[in-house]
Every structure is written in C-alpha cells, then in structure tokens.
Design a protein. Structure first.
Length: 52
C-alpha cells in the first residue's frame, strides 16, 4: 500500500538556503593560526622617574 503526499515547496529552492548556511559557518573558522602574538608586560619599568 502506498500513499502519496504533496511535496510542494511553493517554488522555493532549498539548495540556496543550504549554501547560505554553509557560508555563515565560514565565520567560525580560525583566521591566522600561526600568528605570533607579543604582549607587553604591564609591570615592566621602561624609564626612570622624573625623566621626560
């Protein structure tokens, strides 16, 4: 016994929605994995007091 169900998508192409969703996932990819990060020590003394 088989039954048929209506499969109307009202002319909407679901493939484009899938491609947009995949495009949105590209924002989660890391950009520069090998980027060297150098931070300045906030406690480092760089000059003598009173000098300008």
């Amino acid at each position: 016994m088989t039954t048929s169900q209506p499969t109307s998508d009202h002319g909407f192409d679901w493939g484009w929605l899938g491609l947009l969703g995949l495009g949105g996932l590209f924002g989660f990819l890391p950009r520069n994995r090998d980027k060297i990060r150098a931070y300045r020590d906030p406690n480092e003394v760089t000059g003598s007091p009173g000098s300008k």
